[in-house]
Design a protein. Sequence first.
Length: 143
Amino acid sequence: KNVNVLSKNQFSPLHLSTYRGDCEQVEVLITYRADVNQTGHSGVAALHIAAMCGHHEIAKILLENGAKIDMGDVVKFSSLHIACHFGHEKVVELLISNGSDINISGSVGDRPIHLASSKSNLKIMQLLVDGTTHQKADVNVKD
């Protein structure tokens, strides 16, 4: 059986299991060689979906199994952009601690700090500004 087959709506079994938050099913699909970087509708991969839904544990599983942390969707939004937009602090922390580019730019110049700011999410803005020892958000960048 092909575990990477896409539905007519361009979602794979891994995408759907991620959306539902089913950690066990995600692990089973990965065991059966599901492609963690397969893109579907709008260029979205499973890590983007985990970021959108706030599924921290699934995001961790995907990263441990080779998910590309800064992969962009059709508008070049990374999982960090998406987690910032939806306000999922634990996912933002996970992505930053795993080396996501804090200053990555979307197709029109939006960066994660812009998305957190547009939602007035001070906690996520602080996470981005504090960053890591290797990188911090550039608060003077314009989109």
